[in-house]
Design a protein around this ligand. Structure first.
Ligand SMILES: [Zn+2]
Ligand SMILES: [Zn+2]
Length: 364
């Protein structure tokens, strides 16, 4: 008899997820079947559920996943850090399966934009192997995915957000070419902001300035290495720029990262840069995030703007290394603020939507 597994499936946007049982796939060459132990709810899961961004249906959402290996397909002996893999090992893996052969994979160093891209939690689950997302008992990992064994010292809840939030932030600071002793601005004190602050601190940045509108989030981010926080709720843009300049010898910051997902923060962040400063946009990963800016300022002040969406396997590996190296220095363990079972996934999505949680973890 075929073994079945449960999944919480989105069949229409804004509708409660439905529980559906699918047959577990036969594990083919190069593939891995994982029993999911934890999946954190990412902001983009909520955006997909609410219809703010397109998603095929039916779909198993959830891409910040950790689990235990149930079965290894033929030929799978090691993870992407060359460590041996066995049934029962705890693993996480890249958000994408990419082909390694197309124009973007092979020639342009952009595997996350592979022309044959598959993404966990982003593709329809209608056809076998069905288990392509995190809000389920199992996940089927296909050969173009980079898998990493999880260090024993890290909890599932610490590791799960590495798969999207932390990996992306590592790619973003890399794109901004952050260097030791530089001054940085982080716009937004949510999960991405916490990781961005911890990483800037790890890299040896001098001033790590964070803006947000919630005091408790700004207090919390100080524990991730933020040196200066500003509650901008009742401040005009000019006042914010002045405040940032006064913290940076009147120059402005070397780098800024927008992780709040508010388009209006982009012009403000650009104004906070020093001459020659670099801006990296991460938060507004949804259509219609328009902003206006005077191109003359970009030219005269020699500014750079980079967009970062997802990451490469090395960024996920670096994220796991960061968690392991600095887990005593930064409260990564407290980023998950709410825990629910798979049965309560709809409740979990509502908590995530309400903004009261930093990360909601679905514990299987
Ligand atoms: Zn995500
Ligand atoms: Zn490709």
């Amino acid at each position: 008899m075929t073994k079945m597994g449960r999944a919480a499936v989105m069949t229409a946007q804004k509708k409660d997820l439905e529980f559906i049982e699918y047959p577990l796939p036969e594990v083919e060459k190069g593939c891995i079947l994982v029993k999911i132990t934890c999946c954190t709810i990412c902001g983009s899961d909520v955006h997909s559920w609410l219809g703010h961004r397109p998603a095929p249906v039916p779909i198993i959402l959830g891409h910040e996943i950790v689990g235990k290996i149930v079965e290894l397909g033929r030929g799978v002996t090691h993870d992407s850090a060359d460590r041996s893999l066995r049934v029962g090992d705890r693993v996480t893996w890249t958000i994408m399966d990419n082909c390694g052969k197309c124009y973007y994979c092979r020639d342009k160093g952009l595997p996350m934009k592979c022309q044959n891209l598959k993404k966990y939690g982003h593709d329809s689950c209608e056809t076998p192997p069905h288990f392509k997302g995190g809000f389920a008992e199992y996940c089927y990992i296909t050969p173009g995915t980079c898998v990493f064994k999880v260090p024993d010292s890290l909890t599932d809840e610490e590791v799960a957000p590495a798969n999207c939030a932390l990996g992306t932030v590592i790619a973003a600071w890399e794109a901004a070419e952050v260097k030791p002793f530089e001054n940085v601005l982080i716009q937004g004190a949510g999960a991405l902001g916490f990781y961005a602050s911890a990483l800037a601190s790890h890299y040896g940045c001098r001033k790590i300035i964070v803006t947000d509108i919630l005091d408790h989030r700004l207090d919390f981010i100080k524990r991730f290495g933020a040196t200066d926080t500003i509650n901008v709720r009742n401040m005009k843009d000019d006042e914010i720029v002045d405040a940032i300049k006064s913290l940076t010898d009147d120059h402005g910051v070397d780098c800024a990262m927008e992780v709040a997902g508010v388009p209006g923060l982009i012009p403000l962040g650009l104004k906070c840069l020093r001459i020659g400063g670099r801006f990296v946009e991460v938060g507004c990963a949804f259509p219609g995030a328009d902003f206006t800016y005077d191109a003359c300022d970009i030219i005269f002040r020699r500014l750079t703007i980079r967009g970062i969406h997802n990451y490469d396997a090395r960024h996920l590996k670096a994220g796991l290394d960061l968690l392991e190296m600095r887990q005593k220095d930064f409260p990564f363990r407290e980023i998950v603020t709410h825990r629910i079972s798979l049965d309560d996934i709809n409740k979990g999505l509502r908590i995530a939507e309400s903004g009261e949680a930093v990360r909601v973890a679905v514990i299987m």
